[in-house]
Design a protein around this ligand. Structure first.
Ligand code: HEC
Ligand code: HEC
Length: 303
């Protein structure tokens, strides 16, 4: 009788112990702030990272309202950055396709005081081969970081090795959590464009040109049409003609700028009502396949 009581008592105690430990652990994880490096990669938000890849500053109030989470931990002067914004946007130096000067931006030359040269790095590849930690380190502190006091207005692309082409040290711009967001985006959320279309390039940077073939690859146009009806049609219209995209319909925009649409769909068109749409790589490919069809998604009539 006594032994049985002792057994029960012990079981009960260990139960209490286990649940106490669980409660402590749970409250520890819940209380960890987003900025703590201990949370790192696992708790990072890749969608926010994709938006940061696009931009983190705004010159208009309308755009400000749609920006990603950016704490400005280091109190950088955003009006100064806004004036030379292309020197800070990942997408300017690496491209929406992350292929830099070997991708869609093969013809995007630098402009004095305005925008830097496109980088020769292949981020689509490094995102695959580098560990999250290594990616973090490269973004936080590039091998040849641009001095923090760099003035975009003084940028002269004709000088040998212009300093403005160098990557800024984001450890002085983004919080650790924000850098992890970008790392997560690169590794998990960015779309592999080779699965969406065939990129054809001619010539070399900065005077090359691109065209796109096999848009949507072996995707399913019917499934892509369903994605469009569910996620896009109520704004862009059944056949993608309702919103004027710089003189283009949605289908037309995709057929001429295939390298950009996956990012705008996945991470939103900042400054507009178009929010990020969560699509799997397969759904994105299907959507591309559907929009490649000029009968279903016609171009705007030429003016
Ligand atoms: C002003 C242009 C510029 C901007 C803006 C820029 N980069 Fe870079 N980046 C470069 C250049 C040039 C290199 C290659 C030299 C080097 O590694 O420093 C590079 C290299 C890298 C590498 C290492 C690639 C490799 O193969 O080792 C990563 C990762 C990277 N950039 C990510 C980013 C991310 C993410 C952002 C935005 C948060 C960004 N870059 C913004 C110019 C830029
Ligand atoms: C809530 C309304 C809304 C939804 C939903 C929406 N869009 Fe948009 N879309 C817009 C607006 C507004 C713009 C911006 C027009 C501008 O910048 O002047 C835009 C811009 C675009 C652009 C041009 C981007 C650029 O770089 O200029 C493309 C391409 C596009 N949308 C495709 C899509 C696709 C594909 C979907 C569905 C996955 C979608 N949109 C869902 C409202 C929407």
């Amino acid at each position: 009788m006594r032994a049985r009581y002792r057994e029960l008592h012990a079981a009960c105690l260990s139960n209490i112990l286990v649940s106490t430990v669980t409660v402590i652990l749970l409250s520890l994880t819940a209380a960890t702030p987003r900025t703590a490096s201990a949370t790192g990669y696992e708790s990072a938000e890749g969608i926010n990272g994709g938006m940061l890849f696009d931009t983190f500053y705004a010159t208009s109030a309308k755009k400000k309202a749609t920006l990603p989470k950016f704490s400005n931990t280091f109190r950088v002067d955003l009006s100064k950055i806004g004036a030379g914004g292309d020197f800070y946007r990942c997408k300017q130096c690496h491209g929406w396709d992350r292929l830099g000067s070997k991708g869609a931006y093969i013809g995007r030359a630098a402009k004095a005081g305005k925008r830097p040269n496109v980088s020769g790095a292949n981020l689509a590849l490094t995102a695959k081969t580098y560990s999250p930690k290594k990616l973090f380190a490269r973004i936080a502190a590039p091998e040849k970081a641009r001095p923090a006091d760099f003035d975009p207005k003084m940028y002269d692309p004709s000088s040998t090795n212009p300093v403005g082409d160098r990557m800024p040290a984001y450890s002085k711009i983004f919080s650790e959590a924000e850098i992890w967001d970008v790392v997560k985006f690169l590794k998990e959320n960015a779309y592999d464009t080779t699965a969406l279309y065939e990129l054809k390039t001619e010539g070399t940077y900065p005077s090359g040109s691109v065209s796109y073939a096999d848009i949507g690859r072996d995707g399913n146009a019917k499934a892509g049409r369903t994605v469009f009806e569910k996620q896009c049609g109520h704004c862009h219209g059944d056949n993608g003609l309702d919103i004027d995209l710089g003189g283009k319909s949605v289908g037309q925009f995709l057929r001429t700028k295939a390298y950009e649409v996956h990012h705008k769909v996945g991470f939103g068109q900042l400054g507009s009502t178009m929010k990020p749409t969560k699509l799997s790589p397969g759904q994105m490919r299907d959507l591309y396949k559907a929009l490649a069809d000029t009968a279903a998604f016609p171009s705007k009539p030429a003016k």
